[in-house]
Design a protein. Structure first.
Length: 374
């Protein structure tokens, strides 16, 4: 097997037979010859040349049979869920889901006659207690947003196999550099490619990887929902993924150093980072991750969080994550603003919690900025 760095650069590249160029040509057509074709080629069928090629790259990264790209992470998530769930089914979701996923699940599933539980905690024993005769699917997201909690991937996959249900993971935070869940037995791994796979804060896209059988099923639903990605953005995403390992390794290393330094500061109440030995699921993280990722969050003790963010000079208070630039956000003011105060407290998300998406800058410059802002 080739190393991930090589896979990032070479897998799924379209050979430029005509000119011998190193990069994949961009095929912009929305109309393709059909007379001698096996099946119609059309952007929304997810089978134009650039989409198919990038699907191969995604599959290679996740060590899957098949990969697919979408116009957003939510397009990938909704297509995957609706491909497997139908009227009368039941699904189990872990707690601490990405806001958009939580909204989709809580606002839409019941309308389609699909019952669900959101687990009270992310222990696999808790998931097992929620399994009913009609349970079809278990869905996890680890590390989670914004508290970087860890769910045991292999144990979840084992549980799903035991009960004959589908297992899915949102692998956005770890990226395939730090975690390859299909190898631990998960059926479908999903990404918001807007984050690490895109990596430059300039593409909105999604991706997933799974085996051929599940792929056919998901693609059929995806063709109806219509969340395909245009060829130009597919190309941009392909280009971004070439540097995925370099970026994520640097981001993870920076985050590890900042997490450690922040935990030593008197002005910080708590740092949430799976790489810290005092993280409650540190051992599970060590077992299932290659690196602990570029995301961390921390709670300020007596510093006003808004003032702190305004004091920052290099690090910018903006939404989203996974880009080259280090950015910071307050979950209560952004991703979790729609939750009631009780729900936020129950999830452990306080007003003085700040989430850092660590970029590729020099870590000492980032540290200096954080320190002067405090
Ligand atoms: C951003 C994000 C999503 C949704 O992706 P979009 O590209 O915004 O649709 C899903 N899961 C996680 C963990 C995310 O961070």
């Amino acid at each position: 097997m080739k190393s991930l760095k090589t896979t990032c650069v070479h897998a799924g590249t379209i050979k430029d037979e005509k000119n011998g160029g190193v990069n994949s040509p961009i095929y912009t057509s929305t109309s393709y010859a059909y007379l001698d074709a096996e099946e119609a080629v059309y952007p929304r069928y997810y089978n134009i040349p650039n989409s198919e090629a990038l699907g191969e790259k995604i599959a290679a990264l996740e060590m899957a049979e098949k990969g697919m790209v979408f116009s957003s992470g939510m397009a990938a998530i909704t297509s995957a869920l609706l491909a497997f769930l139908e009227k009368g089914d039941h699904a189990i979701f872990q707690t601490g889901l990405y806001g958009g996923t939580f909204h989709f699940v809580s606002a839409e599933l019941e309308r389609f006659g699909i019952a669900y539980d959101i687990a009270a905690d992310n222990n696999v024993e808790t998931f097992e207690k929620l399994i009913r005769d009609n349970t079809k699917l278990v869905y996890i997201e680890t590390p989670s947003n914004p508290l970087l909690k860890i769910t045991d991937i292999a144990a979840t996959a084992k549980l799903a196999r035991k009960h004959g249900i589908i297992s899915m993971i949102d692998n956005t935070f770890a990226s395939p550099v730090n975690q390859t869940p299909l190898r631990q037995g998960i059926d479908v791994t999903i990404h918001s490619a807007t984050k690490y796979l895109g990596g430059h804060s300039d593409i909105c896209a999604g991706a997933l990887a799974c085996n051929e059988e599940n792929f056919i099923r998901i693609r059929s639903m995806a063709r109806s929902l219509g969340g395909s990605l245009n060829a130009q953005d597919v190309y941009l995403l392909e280009r971004s993924i070439k540097t995925l390992v370099l970026r994520v390794e640097q981001q993870s290393a920076n985050a590890g150093i900042l997490a450690e330094r922040l935990s030593g500061l008197e002005e910080i109440l708590k740092v949430h980072y799976p790489g810290l030995p005092d993280h409650p699921e540190h051992e599970t993280a060590r077992a299932q991750m290659n690196g602990f990722g570029g995301m961390l969050s921390f709670e300020l003790k007596n510093t006003d969080p808004v003032k702190f963010q305004r004091n920052l000079q290099l690090i910018r208070p903006t939404v989203s994550l996974g880009g080259l630039d280090t950015i910071i956000c307050s979950p209560t003011m952004t991703s979790h603003r729609h939750l009631s105060t009780e729900d936020r407290i129950r999830e452990g998300i306080s007003d003085n919690l700040l989430r850092l998406s660590v970029g590729i800058e020099d870590v000492d410059d980032l540290w200096a900025d954080l320190k002067q802002a405090i």
